[in-house]
Design a binder for this molecule. Structure first.
Ligand code: ADP
Length: 415
């Protein structure tokens, strides 16, 4: 039964006198706001949301930060794969997914890597980007600004303007692209342990404010001009990188390929060339030279409070496989140029997500060196992708083997 006080508010929301979005402010009680919003929704639509849980969630923690007009939360099971032996350290990888087999398969890949001595990773680059679009009266003027921004002598001044809004955001590069009278200015900066979109945007705004009086004919069309490029497939991220660029490798021993992965080194190398390289080229892939990087990236992103929409560029990955040690063992690597992760900000501080970050030992801001936790998380993402690639590719290679055995054993009458 709805009590009298709640009923009055509920009526107000149903008849449109109280905007649903104002409930948290009006009631000063986030949980009660959720309760009334749900009831109002059920009355308005005539549909029940009974299966969507409401209890057991801290609605104060998302206010003004993660989600507006909450009515409950979706449950996603979290599995664990591991130990994942990476750079000599064991990690247990939390994966939020509803895809059966994904955790089991990644776990098998972790095992193959573990018994072969582990994986090694290198961070190649670490910088978040934002690219505003500005317009001039002529292409010549757009080019004037391009040359001004790319002039090395101007960098120090531009960096000090950019850097003033954050302790962590530090300008690294400015790269410009021109389309006629329009200029796209891609700023890259370090962002400590934050994924960094807010940080980079604030720095960019500082620079635009500084440039406006110097280039009064500059018309700022948008702080984001899509040359960043955020949450869209784009060659610029694949080529230049965005967030963390990581390469991660392992040598899987011949015995392990046979016993754990149930296939052969030759089958894996051949499949990788024909599927991940040639097949993806035939499909016109952009950064999709892999078997299923986005499966692992998405599951880890959901578990650790990353922005799931950034799975698009964060899953860019080329998987390489080669026979080494006289053709006996398998060298496998994943190269991922745009893994966008943070351990502070966004959804990372919510209870469940921060527990998963804690399991990985990368919760919150790094005490040793700003950015170390986010960089470590990106390496774990790449290494987990490596495990996922090894395992799925083996399953497919083994499937082919089964098929070809069927075909070539036809003459064998007892089949
Ligand atoms: P984002 O830029 O990823 O959208 P925020 O806007 O939430 O994330 O920025 C991160 C916030 O956390 C900033 O206010 C920043 O000052 C603070 N912060 C505290 N410690 C760190 C750290 N080690 N690295 C980055 N940011 C940090």
């Amino acid at each position: 039964m709805v009590n009298e006080d709640d009923e009055v508010v509920l009526q107000g929301v149903v008849n449109g006198k109280i905007p649903s979005y104002s409930l948290e402010t009006k009631l000063r009680d986030c949980k009660r706001a959720v309760y009334i919003r749900r009831l109002a929704l059920e009355r308005i639509t005539g549909k029940s949301v009974d299966g969507l849980p409401m209890e057991g969630f801290d609605y104060d923690s998302i206010l003004g930060q993660c989600c507006e007009m909450p009515i409950g939360y979706v449950q996603i099971p979290v599995g664990v794969a591991g130990p994942l032996l990476l750079d000599g350290v064991e990690f247990y990888v939390p994966m939020a997914t509803t895809e059966g087999c994904l955790v089991a398969s990644t776990n098998r890949g972790c095992k193959a890597i573990y018994v072969s001595g582990g994986a090694t990773s290198v961070l190649l680059k670490d910088g978040m980007t934002r690219a505003p679009v500005v317009r001039f009266g002529t292409a010549k003027r757009a080019a004037d600004l391009k040359f001004f921004l790319e002039e090395p002598l101007n960098f120090e001044t531009l960096a000090s303007v950019f850097n003033k809004s954050s302790r962590f955001g530090r300008l690294q590069t400015i790269r410009c692209a021109i389309a006629g009278k329009n200029l796209y200015i891609r700023f890259t900066c370090s962002t400590g342990d934050a994924m960094g979109m807010n940080m980079v945007s604030k720095g960019v705004q500082n620079v635009l404010d500084y440039l406006q009086p110097k280039f009064p004919d500059m018309d700022i069309i948008g702080i984001s001009g899509n040359y960043c490029s955020d949450k869209k497939p784009a060659a610029v991220n694949w080529i230049e990188g965005r967030g963390k660029s990581i390469v991660c490798e392992a040598v899987i021993k011949e015995q392990v390929v046979k016993q754990v992965l149930k296939t052969t080194v030759d089958s894996l190398v051949e499949l990788n060339v024909l599927k991940n390289l040639t097949g993806s080229a035939m499909a016109g892939a952009l950064g999709g030279f892999n078997a299923h990087a986005s499966n692992i990236v998405s599951a880890l992103f959901l578990a650790t409070g990353q922005d799931p929409a950034q799975n698009i560029e964060s899953s860019h990955c080329i998987t390489m496989m080669e026979a080494v040690n006289n053709g006996q063992d398998l060298h496998v690597s994943v190269t991922m140029p745009s893994i966008e992760v943070g351990t502070v900000g966004g959804g990372t501080q919510l209870g469940s997500q921060s527990a998963c970050l804690n399991l990985l030992g990368v919760k919150g801001a790094s005490k040793e060196s700003a950015g170390a936790n986010a960089r470590q998380l990106a390496k774990v993402v790449a290494a987990a992708v490596l495990a996922g690639e090894v395992s799925l590719m083996s399953a497919i290679a083994a499937g082919q083997l089964v098929k070809s055995h069927m075909k070539y054993n036809r003459s064998n009458k007892d089949v």
